[in-house]
Design a protein around this ligand. Structure first.
Ligand SMILES: Nc1ncnc2c1ncn2[C@@H]1O[C@H](COP(=O)(O)OP(=O)(O)O)[C@@H](O)[C@H]1O
Ligand SMILES: [Mg+2]
Length: 324
């Protein structure tokens, strides 16, 4: 059994309009997605802005009302509030946000910010609580004098460390990291990613790591899913996605990874433009009449792709011939 199993999850937001403010339409922010997260792994969820990643993350922590489908945690459906309470789910599952300045209360000192989940769940003595907060600051590489400071007194990278310290305070099993380094400079990104990895090893945490940038996820994830318009267009191992991408949208995201290597810049730009061109020509084929990606079909035991029906059929045909 996987730690988390997401089964045909749908989250549709109502759109209200008119004089009576009636529901006139809906936004299918998440439109039937399924994937599993194994204990101790980092699972990447990647797609452009607006593809439904945050909505998926918020559904997994229980912050978003699910329209249909299931989210199983150790086999229990946590889309039901009762189950979340019984399982101590809010203790086991934490979230880190992209924007640390708005997710950390500006009027609270770091000591109180990091201690908040401890106060909610652990009920330690004042002295033990302070020790634990100091320990957490040390884990994320901040000095003890951070205790009495306020969020605005830190750089973006340091604030992200504070967010991580708060998220790991209760020894969670799963952390949803929603674009945790997207607001940081490249050099600081690497530092934050490295200590997130270290914490994962030390504490055996699983991450659902959300990003719009396939470059960031590359060195973090074991498996990943590519999300587009509320649907998954490709899922697989790191090797499947980076070395054998099949969906046109995945190829486009790969071509968009920023390169730092100056000597290759012209060649990289040319290949990105070529991929854009193919994308423009062929994208209609990869989506149905309603603009939805097709259902995923398995192309290997680990790799699934939302291929157009004719290509999927061709593939199945080749395989059955190979079997004979
Ligand atoms: N509370 C909401 N009400 C209505 N629509 C929303 C709400 N939150 C998000 N959406 C819409 O759902 C879609 C997916 O949003 P989101 O999950 O934030 O995507 P991502 O994190 O990939 O950028 C977008 O079209 C967004 O405008
Ligand atoms: Mg988002």
């Amino acid at each position: 059994m996987s730690l988390v199993e997401i089964k045909n999850l749908k989250v549709h937001y109502p759109i209200r309009s008119g004089f009576w403010n009636r529901i006139t339409d809906e936004v299918p922010a998440v439109d039937g997605i399924s994937f599993n997260i194994e204990a101790g792994e980092t699972y990447g969820l990647v797609g452009e802005s607006g593809s439904g990643k945050s909505t998926t993350g918020k559904s997994v922590v229980g912050l978003e009302k699910v329209t249909s489908g299931q989210i199983l945690y150790n086999g229990h459906d946590i889309t039901r509030r009762n189950n979340r309470r019984k399982l101590d789910y809010n203790h086991d599952v934490q979230m880190i946000f992209q924007d640390s300045l708005s997710s950390l209360n500006p009027r609270k000192r770091i000591e109180d910010i990091i201690a908040e989940p401890l106060r909610n769940f652990e009920h330690l003595s004042k002295q033990d609580e302070k020790l634990r907060v100091l320990q957490l600051l040390d884990i994320v590489g901040l000095d003890a004098d951070a205790l009495y400071k306020y969020p605005h007194q830190f750089s973006g990278g340091q604030r992200q460390r504070i967010g991580v310290a708060r998220a790991v305070a209760t020894n969670p099993k799963l952390i949803i990291a929603d674009e945790p380094v997207s607001a940081l400079d490249l050099s600081v990104q690497a530092q934050v990613l490295n200590f997130m990895k270290k914490i994962q090893r030390d504490f055996g945490i699983s991450y659902l790591f959300i990003s719009h940038d396939l470059g960031v996820v590359r060195h973090m994830c074991t498996n990943l899913a590519i999300m587009n318009r509320g649907r998954l267009v490709e899922i697989g191992t790191c090797d499947d996605i980076y070395n054998h991408p099949l969906h046109i949208y995945t190829k486009r995201l790969l071509a968009a990874i920023p390169r730092t290597d100056v000597s290759q810049r012209a060649a990289h730009r040319a290949s990105r433009l070529a991929v854009e061109e193919i994308y423009r020509e062929q994208q209609d084929k990869y989506y149905d009449d309603n603009g939805r990606a097709y259902p995923l079909v398995a192309v290997s035991p680990t790799h699934q792709v939302a291929l157009p029906p004719d290509i999927a059929q061709q593939l199945a045909h080749q395989e059955s011939e190979a079997d004979v």
